[in-house]
Design a protein around this ligand. Sequence first.
Ligand code: FAE
Length: 492
Amino acid sequence: MPALVIGTGYGGSVAALRLAEAGVDVHMVEMGMAWDTPGSDGKIFANTTSPDVRSYWLRTRTKQPLSNFLGFPLDKDVPRHTGILDAEEFGGIIVYQGRGVGGGSLVNGGMAVTPRRENFAAVLPSVDAAEMYGTYYPRANAGLGVSTIDPAWFETAECYRYARVGRKHAQRSGFPFVFVPDVYDWDYMKREAAGTATKSALAGEILYGNNHGKKSLQQTYLARAKATGRVTISPLHKVTSVAPATGGGYTVTVEQINTSGDTTATKAMTADKVFFAAGSVGTSKLLVRLKATGALPRLNGEVGKGWGDNGNVMCGRANHMWDATGKLQSSIPTAGIDNWAAGGAFAEVAPLPTGIETYASFYLSITRNPHRAQFSWNAATGRVELNWQTAWKQPSIDAAKTIFDKINAKEGTIYRTDLFGTYKIWGDHLTYHPLGGAVLDKATDNYGRLYGHPGLYVIDGALIPGNTSVNPFVTITALAERNIEKIITTDL
Ligand code: FAE
């Protein structure tokens, strides 16, 4: 076959669509499920407040990002299943990732943020920023279906009381407050609020999938890719090896798995070109292992390096009784506090959709964190390890404190200590935004061609060196649009 794509997230979906449009047949291999069939409750996706068999990737106990509430642990036992959210545990960090056709777009908040141009230039200096902002960011935003909330509706919607409280507190402390675009269908959300459409964002759906309203890749890039007739997808198939084939191209070894995660068949596929789009962690793990075990010996020493957590850190604040944040909270965040230039933090005002009044404000901050980790092969355990240290979150906590210490002082409020454990203020144990591990212009050339093995490409978040200053998927999509255009015109 001409082209095989490993993974069906943002990078993989862009590659598949543009290759197919150029007349190239594409096969996509995805380890997660298809997520196109309703369960016994008639719904495809489980609700955030009631995780079930569909919610976690091959775990026997849930691993909720907010592990506690009012002192009570929230996790519970679930049957082991190829569920939608992977809480992948490394030594110093839990990396949350989407599993299934659509990758992270199945589980994420849909916050679709284009970074400030000066920040982009600092992240990827080898990329022509004028081209990115003139052509590829607009193309990505259009392809993803990005739009911004109607500001008049925002002012009155009960489900955004929490965001308005977040704005009031930010502005009273002098911080810039910005609306954040999203791929959620805002007209659909208005109908949810009016009671004329089945609730999704207003029913708290997000972390384990949205049954309505959110334009995941299934509704955008992947739908268009399939409509070309040139793209096939194998769900519940996991790539375990890629090696040069005798006679040219690559042999790709694929394990078919069942919904308990057991291998039921092993298949060999051959492709002229192979695109690594298994996500920052998935792509890095494959490349590091294949280099170390001799399948792809000529990959360079940059493979596995430059990994970061996009500076993710979470916290909550306890408000006064007169600053109620609302029983009804839309699960789709719509606004943020931009203190990047002064304090190195961009904090999204996040929902806490518990169904009860919590008087809490909750935030996910993206911060400027200088630490970068490396993936390496442990031959003894047969695993790829990541050397991130939990203590490396301290610069992120310090950056977030430039916002929240000031707000707390101004409002006379305190941090919540009951959301991530007992008497624990900071959610510093996780990231939603893994980036890097096969960095552009280091492990690959300036368009994602892996050094050492012609015909192999990286086209996902692994290309980005650890931070994007905002939520990453628009940048991943735009960079993929840029790279695939070059690859199609020069390599095919
Ligand atoms: P990704 O979307 O992770 O896709 C990789 C795919 O490859 C997955 O479907 C894997 O199952 C599959 N795969 C991995 N290994 C293999 C293998 N060996 N064989 C076959 N398939 C494999 O990669 N970002 C934003 O910009 N805005 C947000 O609001 C936002 N919220 C988030 C909320 C949560 C809870 C999470 C987890 C993430 C969030 N993100 C958000 C991050 C965003 O989803 C992520 O950066 C992108 O999905 C990464 O895109 P990639 O194409 O790199």
